[in-house]
Design a protein around this ligand. Sequence first.
Ligand code: GUN
Length: 298
Amino acid sequence: MSQILHGLAVQTEILLHLKPRIQKLSRPPGLAVVLVGHDPASEIYVRSKVKTCAELGILGETVRPPETATTEELLAIVEGLNRRQDIDAIMVQMPLPGHVDTRRVLEAVAADKDADGFHPTNVGYLVAGRPAPRACTPAGIIELLKYYGIPMAGQHAVVLGRSDIVGKPMALMLLHENATVTICHSRTRNLPEVCCQADLLVAAIGRTAFVTEEFIKPGATVIDVGINRVTDAAEAARLGRAEEFASKGKTVVGDVHPLDMARVARAYTPVPGGVGPLTIAMLMTNTVELAERHLCSA
Ligand code: GUN
């Protein structure tokens, strides 16, 4: 029987430890989330982030420019948030509309208010192994592995995907935990063979059930970062989600084939309920850490 790694249990533990730290501060930590337009998935993520803020006693503010907002308008919003004393952390929800210069907007967020760890200064600190806000999803995965006592040191970790949000920071964080790290991607030759060498496989490639049994070494730990909507009944059935599909007309599946993962891995994160809750927990952690920094240097 394989072990299911529940993100919610880890989230609960992380949030529990944040509460007393928040209560010690002279004012509530402040997180501003910039949500451009009405992308349905982003709306759901942002609502759940703001709700968690309220539960913890963090000031969670959503700024909602229209879909048509220009790069210059978004830069002005971010610069306004940079100047506000009550805002410790700023998150610009991705993806931004196609006409916006995403890099310019992300780099406008002050490095000491960077809730996502995306600013080049903080990426540099991550490379150097120095304290700074860390990208939330990979930081949450490290916390999950520690919580469940899954060893990283000396293990061969394979990260499938090279995004700035997950793949690259994940590889660096695993390296700092003394894993031997391979990064692979859509252009890697013999992808299944490379992945199959992993003691720890992190799938973050954004393709529905792309990772199947020939990618997974029997007994490996598999972390599935993907969140993919399946709207085709036959595909849902093939992925073991026929029942859910019949009742809801859709299902959400990760980057790993759920049936293969459950059969071959020793331990794995389910989708949903695995990695998702950790991203929120680490966003809250980054916000509290930034507030602590601002308030002790005030
Ligand atoms: N969209 C999907 N994941 C993320 C994330 O971690 N941060 C931001 N800002 N947007 C996202």
